[in-house]
Design a protein around this ligand. Structure first.
Ligand SMILES: [Zn+2]
Length: 596
């Protein structure tokens, strides 16, 4: 893989603060010297993902992943190192030199072309909408009462006939290969090119940065399928984007964000001044979309259609988002099948009111449960109470529990005491089970530790402290450490590997820690950032080094002591040699006493 020079990489790194970059993906809160947030790489409910502005690194204490700003981007965007450099260079307005021709840059070039094809097509379709021959589309947008402003902000357009787009793209100088890759044009067995979208209302799909990555097209008559979407290609992968997020981000979406099913819901709500809304592009919400939502807002309002498909989608989304620790509410809509229809029928104010009254996941589940039961029947009533108790016993906060019990009792006309009794029974049973379980706990946790079993925790801590001090990047301190601690003194394999690299870098006159990270393996990066992120309580570096060097010294003396004692045990030893060893042993014991 071709690489940029170290100077350029350094330049790009220094122009992109890691806190700024990560903040685009993760909501960070400052706590002391570091920032914390929910890790985007594993599911968690309390933040263990830390970012250090001083050291320009991130590390998750939950899943152990860590690295610098480039590492973060490669992981979160699923791109390689060179692409991460390019992305950050663009962000900081740094002009990169072109890399020599190879596979990567060929792919990059194709990507760049496909973005261009998409951008041109979005404009072309949009302008098409205003032409006299697009009457059917004009009538449709008029019927949907879409204003010119809305049509513009979402770049809504109309696709033409046969191969109109293809011919237009050729006129612009695009090559067949680039046009086909975009998925906007297909080729049949006879080698003829024809447009993928014909006579459809067109919705460009953009990424967060506003680049057109794909299209959705809706028919304007009864033909099927009603909607078609771009296939995946070099610039578009399904489930990684949210429709309308690029537009919504221009408004305040920090507190609350609505997620709906379709393009028209997003557009319709925007037009009626409800801007904090995005669509999941297809019914099933993905994990990645979940992260996008979580990273952009505090509360997510599930506003899917009220039909069966919408209901299923709602439950699926709930599972994903709950596992991520999101605050979710469910919109309860009556008198319309989707938000689009609702807001057209009843207007902005009433829709806002629905949003304010959106219910919690527990309330939603109780409601669904109630619909499947006949509370006149004793059996069903018992079942209802049981299930409610199960839901409520999962809430940790006792205040919150009470609020729900109160609410449910009132709404479904069951006695509060009955719910309490049921919940208490359940939690009692669970605590008993837990006790039983803890008595016969299987030995699973030891497996991961096995590899390093022969290295004590104290040794590991000491080695990590040495590395933490080296990572301060001070040359003078390195010289002292080097004289007293050799690579061979590191017992923990990964510490040894990292120490070796650090020593080498210092010998080469490089003490720029951030650049060292780029040359480490994934495992080494995770380990080194853990060391950097952990607070080793080093206030006085000189004193810390003294202590460590002494403890190494002590170890060496002790090792030698044992060696001598073993030698003295042997009968074959010469008298002279014996005296010598005894003298050495004596010295060692005196030295050891001094250290203690
Ligand atoms: Zn993590």
């Amino acid at each position: 893989m071709a690489r940029y020079s170290d100077e350029i990489i350094d330049d790009v790194r220094q122009s992109n603060d890691i806190v700024d970059v990560i903040s685009q993906y993760v909501r960070l809160k400052r706590s002391g010297r570091n920032y914390f947030g929910l890790c985007p790489f594993h599911n968690e409910k309390s933040p263990s993902f830390s970012v250090s502005p001083e050291k320009q690194i991130f590390h998750c204490f939950g899943c152990g992943v860590g690295g610098n700003v480039f590492t973060f981007l490669t992981k979160i965007e699923g791109i390689n190192f060179v692409e991460a450099v390019q992305l950050l260079a663009e962000r900081a307005n740094i002009q990169l030199p072109t890399l020599e021709n190879n596979m990567d840059s060929a792919k990059e070039a194709l990507k760049a072309k496909v973005y261009k094809v998409n951008e041109f097509t979005a404009n072309y379709y949009h302008e098409n909408l205003y032409k006299p021959e697009s009457k059917i589309a004009q009538e449709y947008v008029k019927k949907r009462k879409l204003s010119n402003e809305t049509l513009k902000s979402f770049q809504i357009g109309f696709s033409g006939k046969f191969d109109e787009l293809y011919r237009e793209l050729k006129k612009q100088g695009f090559e067949d290969r680039e046009i086909l890759e975009s998925g906007l044009v297909n080729k049949n067995e006879r080698g003829q090119f024809f447009d993928q979208y014909r006579n459809r209302l067109m919705f460009p799909i953009c990424d967060v940065r506003g680049r057109v990555i794909a299209f959705g097209g809706r028919v304007l008559d009864d033909s099927k399928p009603k909607y078609i979407n771009s296939p995946e290609n070099v610039v578009y992968s399904k489930g990684r984007h949210l429709y309308g997020l690029n537009v919504a981000k221009k408004y305040d979406i920090n507190k609350r964000l609505l997620i709906v099913e379709g393009y028209m819901d997003v557009i319709s709500l925007h037009q009626r001044d409800i801007h904090n809304v995005v669509a999941s592009l297809g019914t099933a919400l993905t994990q990645q979309q979940g992260y996008l939502l979580r990273n952009n807002t505090e509360q997510i309002i599930l506003s899917y259609d009220s039909d069966e498909a919408g209901q299923t989608a709602k439950i699926r989304a709930m599972e994903i988002l709950q596992n991520m620790g999101c605050d979710i509410r469910v919109l309860q809509m009556e008198g319309a099948k989707d938000p689009d229809e609702y807001v057209i029928k009843y207007g902005n104010a009433r829709f806002q009111n629905l949003v304010d009254k959106a219910i919690s996941v527990i309330e939603f589940k109780v409601k669904i449960l109630r619909q499947s039961l006949n509370l006149e029947s004793t059996n069903d009533k018992i079942k209802f109470l049981n299930e409610i108790a199960k839901l409520i016993s999962k809430i940790d906060n006792s205040m919150e529990r009470e609020v729900y019990i109160e609410k449910i009792a009132k709404e479904y006309d069951v006695s509060k005491e009955a719910i309490y009794a049921e919940v208490n029974k359940l939690t009692y049973r669970e605590s008993k089970d837990e006790k039983l379980l803890s008595k016969s706990k299987p030995v699973v946790r030891h497996i991961e530790k096995k590899e390093t079993d022969n290295v004590s925790e104290a040794t590991k801590r000491r080695e990590n402290t040495v590395l933490a001090i080296l990572l301060l990047g001070d040359r003078n301190i390195y010289e002292i450490i080097k004289q007293n601690i050799t690579i061979q003194d590191f017992k923990y394999e990964i510490d040894k590997k990292i120490a070796e690299k650090l020593y080498e870098e210092f010998e080469n006159g490089n003490s720029n820690i951030s650049s060292i990270i780029d040359n480490l393996s994934e495992e080494e990066q995770n380990h080194i950032t853990m060391i950097m992120a952990e607070d080793y309580g080093i206030d006085d570096v000189e004193k810390a080094i003294d202590d460590i060097i002494q403890s190494y010294e002590k170890d060496k003396l002790n090792e030698r002591k044992i060696e001598i004692l073993e030698l003295l045990e042997e009968n074959t030893i010469e008298e002279n040699k014996k005296k010598e060893l005894e003298k050495e042993l004596n010295d060692i014991i005196i030295k050891l006493a001094k250290i203690r």
